[in-house]
Ligand binder design. Structure first.
Ligand code: TRP
Ligand code: ZN
Length: 887
């Protein structure tokens, strides 16, 4: 860990080809309880793309104890190499040579969960982005791709399963109860895709026949107690494999595909070649323990990691500035997969809500960076919403602008041109340019300019000439280090609706015929006007349909327009969006009234349109559930220059309460009907059932606000008798947020009794409580930290308690006395000594200080400064603090 010197900035413009290449990597691991030995034999050569001189060879290495080092079989003495805290330097004598080393490491003491570490008794690795250098001295950069052969030795009784990338080629027993296995990966790969696992694991097996008729063995390795939670992950894997064949023409390339579930993991999962390693919470599920949301998350993460086999592994990144090349593309691929497996509109709504709440906040804050950053200090800090989610939106815009067929041709060309290579975002765009004959130079500003563009749209209708004009202005706010942004290429999907809600044919001036009733306008200028002709009546525009670009759009709809669109827009996404804007305005009214110390009043149009929707029997329950969900507090906060989180929370609560009281009758009738079906239907994690439960649970949450004792009984009943975690956990959350303290306590206790041995379920128990908005939230959270199932070393527990409190518990985290902020700062300091990646992630709510009222701003900044002065910081945390305090 770099705790002494100030970490340096690394710049994209400093990129140089590697001096040396590694053709073959032969690794031998000897695993013991108190240390591990790693022997590496690297067959290297001078990079043939460079001249024939032999500059010094600089290998990355961190926290390694070097035991032996030899060049072409000759041991090197201490004067023949140089060691520093993060590098080893040797002088090659020939253009081809073999470098061998042995290092000693201590996986059992690795709390950063990067490199080789132990998780509930098993050995596992996490190498992306720069963890391989904590395993052995190496050229730990993605443009150095090598063929790996790996042998693992370990004690046989505790570690019967020994895994690495590729195919198993040999195994055997050795003396003293130890055994070994050798794996060979035929595909060249960068070190970040390397993995080993050694543990006492059980396995669920299946097979998949690829489109070319090859049989692939599929294996999921889990701890024995989880063997009954593999089916959903396995089904998701098979669906993903089929989908990638059907939609992208890509088939799997090895004879085995393995997934391993581990309890201690910094992120969701990792796409190591042929050996994906998953956070157990992102792959293990069964009805009794995992919610619908968890089932869907698992389906998409399994797909995501699987899809990386092509978008990431076969074609990888030249350097970490290109991270979105694999992540943005792969998120786009997994979101399309999920859309095909479930409801497309609901998936889009969920993704957009997430993007607008979290990525837009990042883009407006001190950590804002382009999809392809120009510099960084610590790459782990750049696994961001911008790289992943905005990156996926950029790929989606290409898909929209070029059309599905041309996009597919472009992806085929990209994979064909670059198979086995480490490439850049420019190479991806170049393939799309080749197949479409389009110049995407301006489009590439999406990769280089940070910040969320704003679209201001106005219109006018001239009845005499039957022309309708749409004027679009775009701008983008300054972000740290970037001002005066140039115009983006923005696909604006739109329609014009008549008074009956029918989409009119669209004909631009100069066109001979109307081509469609929905079209994508390409916005390329700072200001542009589009004239539609033959428009028979004043239309209502439906704009940015399906959220066709990651922008903030404003058009001056009246509230009656919004009511109309929520009921009649032919684009499902825009129906939802109209409802969200209407609800947002209603909540903002109440925020204003609370300030004026007026009696708050809810706009009755919101109540009445919800009433009408509830009465509409033919409305898809999935859509209804989305329509009646109020915008989240986080999203509302983002709508203010300087937000008062407490007033916003209070206003949102008030509006929820009013809706509940006003609509109690239809909501109750609907709840009863849905609950009856749930009671009669065995749990299936399929779209239709998921939609029913989502609506049912949302109605229950509203109804519990009316403090009706009969409803409390029904909630307790749903909590107690449900066969699935979706209904049970929702009921628990309702109770825990209600004034019915005894019922809540009883439910919490019985839940903890029942699921004490299941850490993933206990995470949900923790987070429901940490997020509970009743007073004294901080006290409850402090208490949870002392629960025997809590451990600050486990990232899932940290996210469940500290994360849920600081991101979901608005009134307690933002408490006026600053206690919530001080608590988070204490925990971040504690975490940084153990796991810098997690510390740097957990601090993020404090980095958004500029978004809040002055009082909150001061208290948040004070805590940031306190962390900064608390002593030695990791590079990860240092970078985040520097940036958040710089503005
Ligand atoms: N490549 C992984 C993914 O997108 C991300 C990842 C897993 C990661 N573990 C990590 C990134 C640790 C940084 C550090 O699925
Ligand atoms: Zn990924």
């Amino acid at each position: 860990m770099m705790r002494t010197e100030q970490p340096k900035m690394i710049a994209l413009s400093d990129y140089r080809l590697p001096d040396y290449l590694i053709d073959e990597t032969h690794l031998t691991f000897e695993l013991y309880e108190d240390h591990a030995l790693v022997h590496a034999r690297l067959l290297m050569q001078r990079n043939p793309a460079l001249d024939s001189s032999l500059p010094p060879l600089l290998l990355h290495g961190q926290a390694l104890e070097l035991l032996t080092l030899a060049l072409d079989g000759q041991p090197l003495t201490a004067v023949e190499y140089q060691l520093s805290a993060d590098a080893l330097q040797v002088q090659p004598q020939h253009s081809r040579f073999e470098l061998s080393s042995t290092v000693r490491i201590e996986p059992q003491n690795n709390t950063a969960l990067e490199g080789l570490y132990k998780s509930s008794g098993m050995f596992c690795t996490q190498c992306e982005a720069e963890g391989f250098r904590k395993i052995t001295y190496y050229l730990d950069r993605p443009d150095v791709m090598s063929r790996f052969t790996t042998t693992i030795h370990a004690e046989k009784h505790s570690y019967p399963i020994l895994l690495s990338n590729g195919n198993p080629v040999a195994e055997g027993d050795s003396e003293d109860g130890r055994h070994w296995a050798t794996w060979e990966d035929p595909f060249k790969k960068p070190a970040y895709l390397f993995a080993i696992v050694a543990g006492d694991l059980w396995c669920v097996e299946d097979t998949f026949i690829t489109m070319s008729g090859r049989e692939v063995a599929l294996r999921m390795y889990v701890e024995p107690e989880n063997i009954d939670k593999c089916q959903h992950g396995m089904d998701s894997l098979k669906k993903s494999m089929r989908w990638d064949e059907e939609v992208y023409g890509r088939e799997y390339d090895l004879d085995i595909f393995m997934i391993v579930a581990v309890n201690d993991f910094n992120m969701g999962a990792m796409e190591n070649k042929g050996l994906n390693i998953f956070n157990s919470s992102c792959v293990l599920a069964k009805a009794e323990t995992a919610t619908d949301a968890a089932h869907q998350r698992i389906e998409s993460i399994v797909a995501h990691e699987y899809f990386h086999n092509w978008s990431g592994n076969r074609v990888t990144c030249r350097d970490w500035f290109q991270l979105s090349l694999k992540e943005g593309f792969t998120v786009f691929r997994d979101s399309e997969f999920s859309a095909d497996m479930n409801s497309r509109v609901v998936k889009r709504i969920e993704d957009v809500a997430y993007l607008r709440t979290h990525q837009f906040a990042e883009d407006a804050g001190p950590m804002a960076h382009p999809v392809r950053p120009a510099q960084y200090m610590e790459i782990s800090n750049f696994y961001t919403l911008t790289i992943y989610e905005k990156g996926a939106e950029v790929v989606r815009m290409l898909h929209t602008l070029l059309g599905a067929q041309t996009f597919r041709k472009g992806s085929d060309l990209y994979f064909e041109r670059h198979d086995g290579q480490a490439v850049t975002c420019d190479d991806f765009i170049a393939a799309m340019e080749s197949v479409s004959g389009t110049d995407l130079t301006q489009f590439k500003r999406w990769y280089s300019q940070a910040g969320t563009p704003q679209l201001h749209i106005s219109d006018s209708y001239d009845a005499a000439t039957q022309t309708y004009q749409l004027t679009v202005k775009q701008s983008c706010p300054d972000t740290p280090g970037q001002s005066n942004k140039l115009p983006f290429v923005i696909p604006l999907s739109m329609a014009l609706l008549n008074a009956q809600g029918v989409a009119l044919p669209l004909q631009l001036a100069g066109e001979n015929t109307a081509i469609a009733d929905e079209r994508v306008l390409s916005i390329t200028e700072a200001e542009q006007t589009f004239s539609f002709i033959n428009v028979p009546e004043q239309p209502l525009p439906s704009l940015l349909r399906g959220f066709s670009a990651p922008v903030i759009m404003d058009y001056d709809y009246s509230r009656d327009d919004l009511v109309f669109l929520l009921q009649h827009d032919t684009d499902g996404f825009n129906r939802w969006e109209a409802g969200q804007q209407l609800a947002l305005q209603a909540i903002e009214d109440v925020v204003g009234q609370l300030y004026e110390t007026q009696e708050p009043m809810l706009d009755s149009r919101l109540v009445e349109v919800f009433r009408a929707l509830l009465a509409q029997e033919d409305l898809d329950p999935a859509m209804l559930a989305e329509f009646i969900a109020l915008p989240g507090t986080g999203y509302i906060i983002e709508q203010y220059e300087q937000a008062d989180p407490l007033a916003i929370h209070q206003a949102r609560e008030y509006v929820s309460d009013q809706l509940a009281y006003a609509l109690k009758e239809p909501m109750l009738a609907r709840y009863h009907a849905l609950r009856k079906v749930s009671l009669q239907t065995p749990y299936v994690a399929q779209a239709e059932d998921i939609a029913r439960r989502r609506l049912q649970n949302m109605l229950l949450a509203y109804l519990m606000r009316t403090d009706d004792l009969d409803i409390v009984d029904e909630c307790v009943d749903q909590f107690g008798v449900s066969d699935n975690m979706t209904e049970r956990l929702s009921a628990l959350a309702c109770l825990v947020n209600s004034p019915f303290h005894d019922e809540a306590e009883q439910a919490l206790e019985s839940f903890a009794d029942r699921f004490a041995d299941d850490p993933i379920v206990m995470d949900q128990w923790f987070s429901v409580q940490a997020a509970a908005v009743l007073p004294d939230g901080l006290e409850r959270v402090q208490h949870l930290l002392h629960h025997p199932a809590f451990s600050i070393k486990n990232p899932n527990k940290v996210r469940a308690v500290i994360g849920a409190f600081s991101t979901q518990n608005t009134p307690n985290f933002h408490a006026l006395d600053g206690s919530g902020y001080a608590f988070l700062a204490d925990k971040v300091i504690e975490l940084d000594a153990l796991n810098p990646q997690i510390a740097a992630r957990m601090i993020s709510p404090l980095t958004r200080w500029q978004r809040y009222d002055l009082h909150q701003q001061e208290m948040m900044q004070m805590q940031l400064k306190r962390i900064k002065n608390s002593g030695d910081l990791s590079a990860d945390l240092f970078e985040v603090l520097e940036k958040s305090l710089a503005v």
